[in-house]
Design a protein around this ligand. Structure first.
Ligand code: NAP
Length: 487
C-alpha cells in the first residue's frame, strides 16, 4: 500500500458519536495537509445506526466500504441504552479479524503528569478478538451468569508474533507478556506458554513474563521499565487505559487495530458525550491514530511530518486543550488543530525521534485445527445442574443418578470449590453446581447413549441440567483443571 505516488488511496472514514466528528475532522484535516493522497469514503456506524433499528450498529454499506478499502479511520461509537446488545466497535474489530490492538503511549512535552521527565515510551499489544470479549454469555440459572473466556493457540500465536514484530520495527529491546497464568492455567497459561515457545525466534529481544496484577503495580511504580507489553484482551483493555493515564489521560492515547486484511485506526477514548460539539476536547489521540495509519500505509515521511508537528506544538506549549491546561489558558479543539497545522514542517527540539522500520505483519497458519495431538481420550463429564438443595442433600441424589451408568460421581463443586463429598468447610453455595463424573473406562469418545443414560438418571432424581462439558486428555495431559479442594 502506498498513498504517495499512485492514485489516491481509499480509506473508510467513520466520524462516530459524541466527540467523534470533532476529533476525526481534526485528524483528517491534518492527514490531508501532510500531502498524502487519500480518497476518504465516509461511512456510518454506532448510535445513529442503532436508532435506525440495525441491531449490529454497523450497516451493510459500511461493511462494504471497509471490505473495499481495508483501511478505516474511525471515531468512537456508542451503543445507546435500549438499542442493540453488542458494541458496534467490538463487532467491527471481530468481523474484520483485527486481532491485534496496538496502544502506544509516550511522554509528551509540557503535559503535566507525576511521571514527567521519566521518558515513558511503551506499547501495549492487546489481543483484540478473543477472551471474555468473545461475548459468549449465558444465564445458567436465573441467578448465575457465565461468560466464556475463549483463548486459542492460534490467537496467542498471532498476537505474540505481532508484539515481537512491533518491537523489531521500533527498535525496542524488551517484550513483557502479562498474564494471569498462575490462576487461569489453561486460558491465560496458553498465552504464556505460546510466548515462551516463540520468544527464542527473536533472540535480539529480551522476553519476560509478568503476572498482570504485578504489571499494573509496576506500571504505576516504574513505568519506564516497560517497552512492549503483550496481553489478553481484557487485561489489555484495562492496562492500556492505565498507561494512557500515565502520559496525561485518554486524550493522548492512539490505537491501531491490526489484522492480516484490515486495519482500523481510532483513539482509545470513547465518545465523551458531555463534551460533544463544545470544541473543548483534545484531538491528540485521534491525530496520533492518524500517524499510526500513515505509517501503516507506508507514508513514513508524512507520518513523521505530522508527528513532529504534534510534538513541536507540545514543546511550544502555546496551545493546550482543557484536559491538560485546566480552564484557564486553554484553547479549543479547532484552534489546537490549527496550531498543529501551522507547525507542519517543523522539527521538535527536545523530543527524540524513534528510528522505525516497516512493521512486518506475522504470517501464521490458517489451519482451523492448529494443534493436533497424537492421542486423545475422554475421561469423564462435567454436568452443570441447577438445584436449590444444599450439598449434603444434593450429593447422594447425584450419586444415585449415576448408578447403573458408565459414570461415577467424583465430586460436586460450587463456583469452583468442592462442596461434595463434604469437606467440613463453610462454603456458601448458589443454585449452579458442577457435578464431575468420571468414566469408568477412559474411551476415545463418550457415546450419546451413555450421556443420555446419565442425564435420564439426573432427571429421575428431579434435577435440572443446563450445561455439559467433556473431560478430555490430550497426549496424556488433562484438558481441564481441578476444582479448588479436589484431589
Ligand atoms: P470516554 O468517552 O473515553 O470518556 C471518559 C472521560 O475521559 C471523559 O469524561 C474525559 O474525562 C476523558 N476524555 C475522553 N476523551 C477525551 C478527549 N479526547 N479529550 C479530553 N478528555 C477526554 O469513556 P466513557 O464515558 O466510559 O464512554 C462514553 C461512551 O463511549 C460509551 O458509550 C462507551 O461505550 C463508548 N466508548 C467507545 C469506544 C470506542 O469507540 N473505541 C471506546 C471507549 C468507550 P473528564 O470527564 O475527566 O474530562
Amino acid at each position: 500500500m502506498n498513498a504517495t505516488n499512485n492514485a489516491p488511496l481509499p480509506v473508510t472514514l467513520i466520524p462516530g458519536d459524541g466527540i467523534g466528528p470533532e476529533v476525526v475532522d481534526a485528524a483528517r484535516r491534518l492527514i490531508d495537509a501532510t500531502g498524502v493522497r487519500i480518497a476518504w469514503e465516509e461511512a456510518h456506524a454506532g448510535a445513529s445506526v442503532f436508532r435506525k433499528g440495525i441491531a449490529s450498529g454497523v450497516p451493510q454499506e459500511t461493511l462494504d466500504s471497509i471490505s473495499r478499502t481495508r483501511l478505516v479511520l474511525k471515531g468512537p461509537l456508542e451503543t445507546p441504552v435500549g438499542f442493540g446488545e453488542k458494541s458496534a466497535n467490538v463487532t467491527l474489530r471481530k468481523l474484520f479479524e483485527t486481532y491485534g490492538n496496538l496502544r502506544p503511549v509516550r511522554e509528551l512535552p509540557g503535559v503535566p503528569t507525576p511521571y514527567a521527565g521519566r521518558g515513558i515510551d511503551l506499547v501495549v499489544v492487546r489481543e483484540n478478538v478473543e477472551d471474555l470479549y468473545a461475548g459468549i454469555e449465558h444465564l445458567q440459572t436465573p441467578g448465575v451468569a457465565q461468560c466464556l473466556k475463549l483463548i486459542s493457540r492460534k490467537g496467542c500465536e498471532k498476537i505474540v508474533r505481532l508484539a515481537f514484530e512491533v518491537a523489531r520495527a521500533e527498535g525496542r529491546k524488551t517484550v513483557h507478556c502479562a498474564t494471569k497464568a498462575n490462576i487461569m492455567k489453561m486460558t491465560e497459561g496458553l498465552l504464556k506458554r505460546t510466548f515462551e515457545e516463540i520468544a527464542p525466534e527473536y533472540p535480539d529481544i529480551t522476553a519476560q513474563h509478568i503476572i498482570v496484577d504485578n504489571c499494573a503495580h509496576q506500571l504505576v511504580r516504574r513505568p519506564e521499565q516497560f517497552s512492549v507489553i503483550v496481553t489478553t484482551n481484557m487485561n489489555g483493555d484495562i492496562l492500556s487505559d492505565l498507561t494512557s493515564a500515565l502520559v496525561g489521560g485518554l486524550g493522548f492515547a492512539p490505537s491501531a487495530n491490526i489484522g492480516s486484511e484490515v486495519a482500523i485506526f481510532e483513539a482509545v477514548h470513547g465518545s465523551a458525550p458531555k463534551y460533544a460539539g463544545k470544541d473543548v476536547i483534545n484531538p491528540t489521540a485521534m491525530i496520533l491514530s492518524g500517524v499510526l495509519m500513515l505509517r501503516h500505509i507506508g507514508a513514513h515521511a508524512e507520518a513523521d511530518r505530522l508527528e513532529n508537528a504534534v510534538l513541536f506544538t507540545f514543546e511550544e506549549g502555546r496551545h493546550r486543550t482543557r484536559d491538560f491546561a485546566g480552564d484557564a489558558g486553554s484553547c479549543g479543539t479547532r484552534a489546537f488543530t490549527d496550531a498543529i497545522l501551522a507547525n507542519l514542517g517543523k522539527t521538535p527540539r527536545r523530543t527524540p525521534a524513534r528510528t522505525r522500520s516497516k512493521l512486518v505483519l506475522p504470517v501464521t497458519s490458517t489451519a482451523v485445527d492448529l494443534v493436533r495431538p497424537a492421542k486423545r481420550e475422554v475421561v469423564g463429564l462435567d454436568v452443570f445442574v441447577e438445584s436449590p438443595l444444599q450439598p449434603e442433600v444434593l450429593g447422594p441424589k447425584v450419586q444415585a443418578a449415576a448408578e447403573g451408568t458408565a459414570f461415577r460421581l467424583k465430586m460436586i463443586s460450587n463456583r469452583g470449590t468442592v462442596v461434595f463429598p463434604l469437606t467440613g468447610a463453610k462454603t456458601d453455595v448458589v443454585d449452579q453446581h458442577r457435578c464431575r463424573f468420571v468414566f469408568q473406562n477412559p474411551a476415545l469418545d463418550v457415546g450419546n447413549g451413555e450421556v443420555g443414560a446419565l442425564l435420564s438418571g439426573l432427571e429421575r432424581q428431579g434435577l435440572r441440567w443446563m450445561h455439559l462439558e467433556k473431560l478430555q486428555a490430550f497426549d496424556d495431559r488433562p484438558g481441564f483443571t481441578k476444582a479448588q479442594g479436589e484431589d
